[in-house]
Design a protein around this ligand. Structure first.
Ligand code: AHR
Length: 356
């Protein structure tokens, strides 16, 4: 046998084997491509993974422009107007796109707004709930759509706290306690009885529930204090005036103290007291909450005794938190805004420095 022929044949066999290996390798890589297609077909099943992967990618990028839906309570008070501006400006100043909805103090409007944000596929929802309860379903819908919800100012009463990322706002119970403590100290020398009328905020809202609770916790420690009338004034001046008129009509000269859950209602009530022929802050001690400019003006005029601060200017802090979340940081469930308390004697000096 010719050795050259054997070598040529051997070479040929080697070449064929090499070709087979090469083709097998190509085959396996095109099979991987096939799996991709398959996994694309199964995409609905894999949706969560795909989304969370892309979310992680998004979270990594620092200066990402977000579309943020903001569902605000309404425009019921000076405080609210300042809060709306602060949040709106902070969102747009940071280069994000804002979709805004004013609920006009109606829960059904807020539910509609949140559903519309979900349909529009916003990146995040900022939500200041009118009332505490009844938001489970819509918050679950936002969660199912992978849209993080940030609670601003007011919280919700839901069992599953994974329905929202964080709450940024005031400690309303503490505000009520501050009001109570101020009164206890102010009237320390009074024998009593001390008759208090209370103008509550919107029924079912967190600040109305908590400010009442905090205030009662303190004044109930002394028998001389009694809340003789308590009714909602819905956080507005007009309603505050109207309800105070009714209180004065039925209890007139017996009223020693007015505790209003916000300054707007206190300011409305001051008008009612003057029209009734009594002197506000003298005949009736006036306590408000918010520390808005209107309250400083009333205090500077000697018509209101004290206001407990509730700071609405947390827009920049809120936007920082949203960005931190998208950068992958984990946030505390409740973040409190720092606040103070101001009395009549500080009003004139501080009025020009007030920002809201
Ligand atoms: O939720 C905050 C409260 O809502 C403010 O005290 C009040 O003025 C507003 O309407």
């Amino acid at each position: 046998m010719d050795i050259r022929i054997v070598n040529k044949k051997g070479l040929l066999i080697l070449l064929v084997i090499a070709m087979m290996f090469f083709l097998a390798a190509c085959g396996s890589s095109s099979e991987t491509g096939g799996e991709d297609t398959e996994s694309e077909e199964n995409n609905t099943e894999e949706n969560t993974d795909t989304d969370s992967e892309s979310e992680e990618g998004e979270q990594g990028s620092e200066s990402e422009q977000l579309v943020i839906g903001f569902s605000q309570v309404g425009a019921e008070s000076e405080w609210r107007t300042a809060n709306t501006k602060s949040i709106q400006n902070a969102i747009t100043d940071a280069g994000h796109e804002l979709k805004f909805s004013d609920a006009q103090q109606k829960q059904e409007n807020q539910i509609k707004a949140i559903r519309s944000f979900i349909t529009q596929k916003v990146d995040a929802i900022v939500f200041s709930p009118v009332v505490e309860t009844g938001f489970e379903t819509v918050l679950q819908e936002a969660k199912d759509a992978d849209i993080p919800v940030f609670l601003a100012d007011r919280s919700v009463d839901v069992e599953d706290d994974s329905l929202w990322v964080t709450f940024l706002g005031s400690d309303f119970v503490e505000e009520g306690r501050k009001a109570g403590n101020w009164l206890v100290e102010e009237l320390a020398e009074e024998e009593g009885p001390v008759n208090i009328v209370e103008l509550q905020g919107t029924v079912g809202s967190a600040p109305a529930i908590d400010r009442k609770e905090g205030f009662e916790e303190i004044i109930n420690q002394e028998d001389k204090f009694e809340i003789i009338k308590s009714q909602t004034g819905d956080f507005t001046r007009a309603k505050g005036k109207e309800v105070m008129e009714a209180f004065l009509k039925s209890d007139g000269e017996n009223i020693d103290v007015l505790y209003a859950h916000n300054d707007d209602m206190a300011i409305g009530a001051i008008q009612a007291i003057e029209e009734f022929g009594l002197i506000p802050a003298e005949d009736i001690t006036i306590i408000g909450v918010d520390a808005v400019k209107g309250a400083f003006e009333a205090m500077a005029d000697g018509k209101m005794n004290v206001t407990i601060e509730c700071n609405p200017l947390f827009g920049p802090q809120l936007v920082d938190l949203i960005e931190q979340h998208f950068e992958g940081e984990s946030l505390d469930k409740r973040i409190a805004v720092e606040e103070s308390m101001y009395t009549m004697d500080q009003a004139e000096e501080l009025l020009p420095t007030r920002e809201y």
